[in-house]
Design a protein around this ligand. Structure first.
Ligand code: SF4
Ligand code: SF4
Length: 429
């Protein structure tokens, strides 16, 4: 690892010894999980490089941006409009974390029975492991699930950087009015922090960048509908995870280059697994980087993941902002577009079951695995209705509740293998 990175990490206040340990574990895991996959597209080379530099070159870039007057804004949720951050000249980075390395530190502040995602973002900060949190000028939270909204209070005490958007619980007429107001309140906050007004031109430029990124991710998703599928679920998941960190314009170019290669594969009938391999949709809690556990188990069990009904997946790119001709209209479009995301923190959330049905059809999935993090009440409870909806549509359904540790990996593998065998035999759950 170059010495100047160590200086940079030291100046950001990271715990260098613990951070070295984290990078070593990550590098080994990546080699074992990603680089051993057969028949990977050449275009994945860029994303391998991004991962190898996720705490290196990308942080150098962010610090350069900051020095040039571009604020770094951290977010945890797909309800936070990236367009507003770009419109004030900022850089948006996702702060969700997918490893349990800081869990012990986090449990000094949070109850043990908090979901792994919350413990991870708290733990990464407390253990001195997250250069993104340290680089951020502002961190935007949201009142989604109870765990998050209470954790943000503690996180603000620790970082003094947190601003919280209030998300309604219902998509009612009142909820829509309130959310539009919250979008405007965020715009005012970003202007206050950066000193930059939000203009129509700034919003149009930002919307173009973000919509192009979403278009590229939609294109990647569509390509996964082919049989044989041209890219593994693991690789597609990685790209979706990287979409929260990378420079958006560069990322879009690289995803489109990869999709050109995947187009050729589809035209030639080539894929990463034989035609007829069982195809699974994963639905549920988000999988923050480096949480590759379930995809790794599924794809090591004779099936292929063809889509993610998840925030690290379809919920992030499902719709575009579309055009607008005034700042006021843009605010309305932003409010509508973001409130159309179907997270289990809403009640009711029937539209999510429609999304699952649509995805299983367009991606030709043979079954659905519902993934919920332990203690993630919204998704754990909603799994009941998701199961009914999927089984009524005639598809097998497997419900999994897990965390970031590998302790249950053997047990999960046994269950997933049995599920895949059942699908191969043409059976029902
Ligand atoms: S699952 Fe809900 S709370 Fe979590 S990132 Fe997605 S939208 Fe936000
Ligand atoms: S995974 Fe579930 S409990 Fe955890 S932050 Fe997201 S919605 Fe909340």
């Amino acid at each position: 690892m170059p010495e100047d990175y160590r200086e940079m990490w030291g100046s950001l206040g990271l715990n260098l010894e613990a951070h070295d340990g984290l990078l070593a574990v990550l590098s080994d895991a990546y080699k074992n999980i990603y680089l051993t996959q057969p028949n990977r597209p050449v275009g994945m080379g860029y994303f391998d490089f991004v991962i190898s530099e996720v705490h290196g070159l990308r942080i150098v870039e962010l610090l350069k941006d900051k020095a040039a007057g571009k604020p770094v804004i951290g977010t945890f949720c797909v309800y936070v409009p990236e367009e507003l951050i770009l419109a004030v000249g900022g850089v948006a980075v996702g702060l969700c974390a997918g490893a349990d390395v800081g869990a012990e530190e986090a449990e000094k502040y949070l109850p043990r029975n908090t979901c792994a995602l919350i413990k991870a973002f708290m733990g990464f900060k407390l253990a001195g492991l997250c250069p993104y949190v340290e680089s951020a000028d502002l961190i935007i939270g949201e009142t989604t699930c109870d765990g998050k909204k209470k954790a943000y209070e503690v996180f603000d005490e620790i970082t003094n950087k947190v601003y919280v958007m209030e998300l309604p619980n219902k998509k009612s007429a009142d909820g829509k009015v309130m959310w539009k107001h919250e979008i405007e309140r965020l715009a005012a906050k970003l202007t206050a922090v950066t000193g930059k007004e939000i203009t129509l031109e700034g919003l149009k430029n930002a919307a173009k960048i973000v919509d192009e990124k979403r278009r590229a991710l939609q294109r990647l998703s569509r390509l996964r509908s082919a049989d044989p599928t041209p890219i593994s679920g693991l690789d597609a998941l990685l790209i979706n995870q990287i979409s929260f960190y990378d420079d958006p314009a560069r990322f879009t170019t690289k995803v489109n280059e990869l999709c050109d290669e995947l187009d050729e594969r589809v035209n030639k009938g080539e894929g990463v697994a034989p035609r007829g391999t069982p195809r699974l949709l994963i639905s549920g809690s988000p999988m923050a980087i480096p949480n590759w556990k379930l995809h790794y188990i599924v794809e090591g069990s004779g099936a292929i993941v063809v889509g993610e009904e998840s925030c690290v997946g379809e919920r992030n790119f499902h719709s575009l902002l579309q055009d607008f001709s005034s700042v006021e209209e843009a605010m309305q479009r932003l409010a509508e577009r973001y409130l159309s995301i179907n997270c289990a923190c809403f009640t009711p959330n029937d539209e999510r079951f429609d999304d699952i049905a649509t995805m299983t059809q367009t991606l030709h999935a043979n079954g659905v695995i519902h993934y919920a993090l332990q203690f993630c009440t919204p998704y754990l409870v909603e799994a009941f209705r998701a199961k009914n909806a999927v089984e009524e549509a005639g598809l097998p359904f497997l419900r999994i509740e897990t965390d970031y540790s590998l302790e249950d990996a053997g047990q999960l593998k046994t269950r997933v293998e049995a599920f895949v065998e059942m699908i191969k035999d043409g059976g029902q759950a």
